[in-house]
Design a protein around this ligand. Structure first.
Ligand code: ADP
Ligand code: MG
Length: 224
């Protein structure tokens, strides 16, 4: 099992306010599996992804990623997890504006000491960026920028890619194409994909669907 989440709970305490966002979340993901995470706005999808990436601490429960219990990780270990094991893609592309497309793709893999020029070049070609490598992000369309973000994540060969509404800013046709490229490229690296999406159409292209509601997940889609 690549990911095993057991009885996970997350509560936000702000002053006198307590919000139990995740109450009892348990599920597993196998290596290379693709999973859509659906649920209403505010149901805790982003919170769940942040916890799996070690960006925030859990209230209780367990998260095991690639055989490591990450809930007890130090900040340093969490940073290492994000460099070596878990990739992240957000709705806003978070590219580095002062770097070319080529350098943006290489950047994360270099930091992770996983840089492989041949692999990066192959990914850029595969994801349709070969003619744009010398450009800066501002010269690209939204769909192209998100493809750079995908290539950047996969260049480091993460075991698990977490994507939070990665195509939320793209039109339908572009979103379909970008997801297709992401699925194909992830399959080639054996990368598992956990993707938050509001689109039943995109969710249907994943192997499994989970719905988050009232702090717990259920297998399948109740959204559509
Ligand atoms: P989703 O991604 O499904 O829309 P989120 O995980 O962003 O949901 O948010 C779930 C709930 O947790 C919301 O009610 C949100 O207001 C609350 N929340 C998220 N982050 C924080 C935080 N840092 N402090 C307090 N409340 C938060
Ligand atoms: Mg969210």
């Amino acid at each position: 099992m690549l990911l095993k989440i057991s009885n996970l709970a997350k509560r936000y305490d702000t002053g006198t306010d307590h919000v139990s966002v995740l109450r009892d979340v348990s599920f597993e993901m196998a290596k290379s599996e693709t999973l859509a995470l659906e649920g209403e706005s505010g149901s805790g999808k982003s919170t769940l992804l942040h916890l799996v990436a070690g960006l925030d601490g859990v209230s209780s429960g367990s998260i095991v990623v690639a055989s490591a219990e990450i809930t007890q990780f130090s900040d340093r270990q969490s940073a290492e997890l994000r460099r070596k094991t878990v990739g992240l893609i957000f709705q806003q592309f978070n590219l580095i504006p002062s770097l070319t497309v080529q350098s943006n793709i290489a950047f994360h893999a270099r930091v992770a000491e996983q840089y492989d020029a041949e692999w990066a070049e192959y990914l850029a070609e595969k994801i349709g960026l070969r003619d744009h490598l010398a450009k800066y992000p501002e010269a690209l369309s939204g769909g192209q920028q998100q493809r750079v973000a995908i290539a950047r994540s996969l260049a480091a060969r993460p075991k698990l890619l977490l994507a939070d509404e990665p195509t939320g800013n793209l039109d339908e046709t572009t979103a379909d194409a970008v997801l297709g490229l992401m699925l194909e490229s992830a399959a080639e690296t054996g990368t598992a994909l956990l993707m938050v999406t509001h689109s039943p159409r995109l969710a249907a292209r994943m192997q499994r669907r989970l719905t988050l509601s009232q702090g717990a997940v259920t297998e399948g889609s109740t959204a559509s």
